[in-house]
Structures are given as C-alpha cells and as structure tokens.
Write a protein that binds this ligand. Structure first.
Ligand code: ZN
Length: 325
C-alpha cells in the first residue's frame, strides 16, 4: 500500500469480513460516546448489524488497492497541484477571547488548520527540514486540492472557523495555529508547540486527503507510541485515542459519511508515528482527514458549505464529549 510510509503502522486486521456499516443507527443515538459505541458494535464482526435503520455499505475494496500517493509529504495527506488562489477573504483574530459561560468554560482547544493558503509561494521555507523526534521532515506542505482547484488549505481554514465558533458557543477558549495570517506555515514542529504552550485540553488538526478517485470517506489519525529525541507521545496515546474515537463517532453521526474505504480497515481510525504534529505533541491531539479531495463524490461534499458545517459540528461534538468525560 503506497499510503504506507516507512513508519506507518498498518491497520490491524480486526475485520477480515467487513460487512455493512450501519451508520443510521448511530445517528439515532443522542449521546456522543453512545453513538460511537453503537457504531463500533454494528461494525464489528460480532456485532448486531440488524438492529434497524438504513445502512451504508462500506467499500469492500482491500486496503492494498489504494493507488500510489503522490507524495508522503509532511502532512497527513498527499500534495496536490500548485494552488494559485488568494487566501480566503475572511480574516478573524489569531486567537479569540474565551466565552464567559458554557460547559467548556476553562477548557482550551487548539485547532490546527492543515497547511497554509500561501505555502505554495514559499517553497524554500516550507521545504526546510525540521526535527520531529524520529527523523527530519519538511517544515510543511502545500496540501492537496480538488480537481477543480478548491484547495485543502481553504477547506481547513473554513472548517476551523466553523469549529471555533461552535466551541466558543460551548464556552471554550479556542486558539488557531494559523489563520491565513502568516506568509507560510507554521512548520509542523511549531504547530505542535502551539498546542503544548497553550496547555490545550484537546488539539485537532484539520485536513482533507489527496488519494485516488474511488477512495472515499474520512479517517481520524491517532498518535502512535513514539519515544525518540524530542518526541515522547507515550502519555498522550491513550487520551488521544479517546478523543479520536469520540470525534470519529460524532463525525459519522453529523455528516452521514462512512469511514475511509482505503485506510483504517473500516474503523475510521489510523495510527501513525511519522507525523511531526503528533510526535511532538504533549497534549491530546488527533488529525482528521475529512474526505478525499481527489474523489468527485467526496469533493462534492468537501466543497459544500452546508456539509462543512456538519463536519465542524461532528468534530465539535466529539471534542465536547471528550472534554466533558
Ligand atoms: Zn493535509
């Protein structure tokens, strides 16, 4: 599987006979964690798949069918063609004041919008190598785009803004690692440090993938156990998995999207040890690849503002569930 990098943790073969993934059942369950648990139950080999509701059949395509990724990049996804658009017109402050009330009062969430709309004009800077504990990698990458040119960097900023608004409504203090307000980057090591310095209770890095047509669905990337150089993820592996599972479960429920049909073996969860943004984090952190920009059906979703709002809602509810325990 060309998606696999040198340090990639292959998905566990926990579902060799993957059957229908009933997402509608999860949609009927109001509790965030319950939604995920139900989803997990109906998606597992021993689960009860006939418990009602319409079902969405996950692709039976084997993981090995994934076409070559164009680049391992430094982000979680492949590079796309050079975007030439100007950054989105909307500008909001780098960080925002906490809301006075709400269930997340006192909680700090850092949102990391993947890439930067202007990275494409700063190849030298973003190609500079930074140490991610296990090895050296590029500072940042340009990200991918849809075939029609909607860039991942535009997508990630838009979802980040929607997510920030939702979390602030819950009373959280929210900080973005970048808001299209800097010429490039930040580098992946700085992205991690921003969450660390903020002593964030949760960090989510927003992305969309650049895989082959026919590869569909979302996946949440969890930090694997790394202890090398400046990286020590051992304390955050457990809580990050909890965070990631809650986000995945709520993302299914809010968007109706199925978990990735090309990585994660139908779970929507992938563990990796080659991402600087995870390796260098000392606080609970996950990435989410919201869909595949190179698939026309996924692209139709990713370019829809209404769908992006649902995506932000799902991510927000996962974070709220995690922070409220
Ligand atoms: Zn990305």
């Amino acid at each position: 599987m060309s998606y696999v990098g040198p340090d990639f943790d292959p998905p566990r073969p926990r579902r060799p006979r993957r059957g229908p993934v009933t997402v509608a059942v999860a949609a009927l369950v109001p509790g965030a964690l319950l939604g995920w648990l139900v989803y997990e139950a109906v998606g597992s080999p021993g689960g009860d798949r006939g418990s009602g509701g319409a079902s969405v059949r996950a692709s039976s395509a084997p993981v090995s069918s994934a076409p070559p990724r164009t680049s391992p990049g430094d982000g979680a996804d492949a590079k796309g063609p050079s975007p030439s658009r100007t950054p989105a017109a909307t500008r909001t402050p780098f960080s925002s004041a906490p809301a006075a009330t709400g269930p997340l009062k006192g909680k700090v969430v850092v949102i990391d919008p993947g890439h930067n709309p202007a990275n494409v004009r700063h190849a030298t800077e973003i190609n500079r190598k930074v140490n991610i504990g296990t090895h050296w990698k590029e500072c940042d990458t340009t990200g991918t785009s849809t075939n029609a040119g909607y860039t991942e960097a535009e997508f990630t900023l838009d979802v980040a803004h929607r997510l920030r608004a939702l979390l602030q409504q819950q009373g959280a203090t929210v900080e973005l690692t970048q808001d299209g307000d800097r010429p490039w980057g930040p580098c992946v090591d700085e992205r991690a440090r921003i969450g660390n310095r903020a002593k964030a209770d949760a960090v989510v890095s927003i992305h969309a993938d650049g895989s082959g047509a026919g590869n569909r669905g979302f996946h949440v990337i969890l930090p694997g156990s790394v202890h090398a150089g400046a990286a020590d993820t051992r304390p955050i592996v457990g809580p990050s998995r909890d965070l990631g599972e809650r986000i995945a479960g709520n993302f299914v429920r809010a968007t109706g999207s199925a978990p990735s049909n090309y990585v994660g073996d139908g779970t929507g969860l992938v563990t990796r040890t080659d991402l600087g943004g995870l390796n260098l984090s000392t606080v609970p952190k996950v990435f989410i690849e919201c869909g595949n920009m190179r698939d026309s059906k996924d692209a139709a979703l990713l370019t829809s503002g209404a769908w992006r709002q649902k995506a932000a809602q799902g991510i927000s509810e996962g974070i709220v569930s995690f922070l409220r325990g």
